[in-house]
Design a protein around this ligand. Structure first.
Ligand SMILES: *Cc1c(COP(=O)(O)O)cnc(C)c1O
Length: 465
């Protein structure tokens, strides 16, 4: 048996990692010099590394371990499914029980007008599906010129060529010849950084109305869809002003533009409802799902498709698109068990009644810290913005992310996994976080912020730019 080398000393693991493993979104040579942190085990909300250090994982892995680590039920379901039927495809007029059961469950959980799912292996793949699906839909409806998809700057929709093109991350577009043609971008509803003198309400309307202006500029007959995350995640947990989504919905309805809600992070309880679309009262035509769908225990994603779109696409001959692992039986069985646990243990309801309000109160209290300019939280996803000058909502003069990186390193040292996006610190903990976990999280966050402030002051970084 090829045993995983957990028993090796950390330095040897790091050396092998540096020699052979290329990491995503990482400067490889830089990491190789210091060595990657080796995570060896996890339980509940706690990670253990190869030196035996324990950390509270306030990111739920990558926003995905919604039910927490260590649920044996999922391991058992995966093992049983591997023995029964480890793989079969759904291409040639075949199907299998896990895909059937998961599809029916997703139709039950999704909004009433959404009863269909097209699977993928990940969120990125699902968004690639969406590009082809919406264009194919309009062509089948006799409107082949409706092809352009409007997205937002600083949105994240994945890392495939399609997903990264839909996304509005300039650093990603700068590499590999992106974006593909046929995607247009409007500005993000990031009031703190871009709202100027406008009230958040007026700013939310202004940013939403950019969609209407963009549709007018491109011509309604050329626009297929608008895609957005209900709350931008990887962009820094940017919570839109309350005026934003109702206006976006009005504009999509008025101009016959499909609305794709990318629920990869917001779905499966993250915002306090099954879907972020429910939290913001959005009526999407397509919802992208992944991450919390399986709580990350197995890779799976998909597109939840409205009855209207499914009806047109299903009656338009072959849809020439698919992935070998569409609805993979092991992943589907794991996802189904994850949804059973979320539902039967009332994890979302319990979080809404207990941890979410408690976390919101403690999180907003961080605004009193001298380094914090703004706090945002929705359900179990939050951000704090660090600033050298609170009253001016000023960014640092140093490169974006300089202070954020310092803070993240202190967090790790203090046993807290909190991520930085530029100089915003963000959390997205497992939904099973308890109120006493919140106390630990906040205590470690405050300690890290204090240390960051001291170091930023000593290094001369507390300067507005
Ligand atoms: C993570 C993410 C994706 C991409 O999902 P992968 O499984 O990493 O391909 C797409 N959209 C959003 C909103 C995400 O957060």
């Amino acid at each position: 048996m090829n045993k995983i080398t957990n028993h090796l000393p950390t330095a040897e693991l790091q050396a092998l990692d540096a020699a052979h493993h290329m990491h995503p979104f990482t400067a490889g040579a830089e990491l190789a010099k210091k060595g990657a942190r080796v995570i060896t085990a996890a339980n509940g909300v706690t990670l253990t590394d190869s030196d035996g250090n324990q950390m509270l994982d306030a990111m739920a892995g990558l926003w995905c371990v919604n039910i927490g680590y260590g649920r044996k039920e999922l391991a058992n379901v995966a093992a049983a499914q591997m023995e029964q039927l480890p793989y079969y495809n759904t291409f040639f007029q075949t199907t299998h029980v896990p895909a059937i059961a998961l599809s029916a469950k997703l139709a039950e959980l999704a909004p009433a007008h959404i009863n269909n799912v097209f699977y993928a292996g990940s969120g990125s793949e699902a968004n690639d599906t969406n590009i082809r699906m919406v264009r194919h839909y309009w062509a089948a409806k006799g409107k082949p010129t409706k092809t352009t998809i409007i997205s937002r700057k600083n949105a994240y929709h994945g890392s495939t060529i399609g997903g990264a093109s839909l996304g509005g991350m300039s650093g990603m577009h700068a590499q590999g010849g992106l974006p593909i043609p046929g995607i247009a971008y409007i500005d993000q509803p990031n009031w703190y950084a871009e709202g100027g003198d406008l009230s958040p309400e007026d700013f939310g309307l202004e940013r939403a109305r950019q969609l209407e202006l963009k549709i007018a500029e491109l011509g309604e007959d050329n626009v297929a869809a608008f895609i957005a995350e209900p709350v931008q995640g990887a962009g820094g947990v940017i919570v839109p002003p309350a005026t934003y989504w109702p206006e976006i919905q009005r504009i999509c309805d008025a101009h016959d533009i499909l609305l794709i809600a990318d629920e990869v992070i917001c779905g499966f309880g993250r915002t306090g409802n099954w879907f972020g679309s429910q939290t913001y009262d959005i009526r999407p035509d397509i919802m992208t799902i992944a991450k919390g769908l399986s709580s990350g225990y197995a890779p799976i994603g998909g597109s939840l498709i409205s009855d209207e779109i499914a009806d047109v696409v299903n009656n338009a001959g072959d849809f020439n698109h698919g992935y070998t692992y569409n609805g993979h039986p092991v992943s589907a069985a794991v996802a189904l068990e994850n949804l059973r646990i979320l539902q039967e243990e009332k994890i979302i309801e319990t979080a809404c009644e207990t941890t979410m309000p408690y976390l919101a109160e403690k999180w907003h209290a961080l605004a009193d810290h001298p380094l914090i300019g703004e706090t945002n939280i929705v359900g179990m996803m939050g951000s704090i913005v660090m600033t050298p000058d609170k009253s001016a909502r000023a960014p640092f003069k140093s490169d974006a992310g300089t202070v954020g990186f310092i803070c993240r390193e202190f967090c790790f040292e203090n046993g807290l996994v909190m991520r930085h996006v530029g100089d915003r610190m963000i959390i997205s903990p497992p939904l099973v976080l308890t109120t006493s976990d919140v106390d630990v999280l906040i205590e470690r966050a405050v300690k890290s912020l204090d240390q960051t402030l001291a170091k930023a002051t000593a290094d001369g970084l507390m300067v507005a730019g």
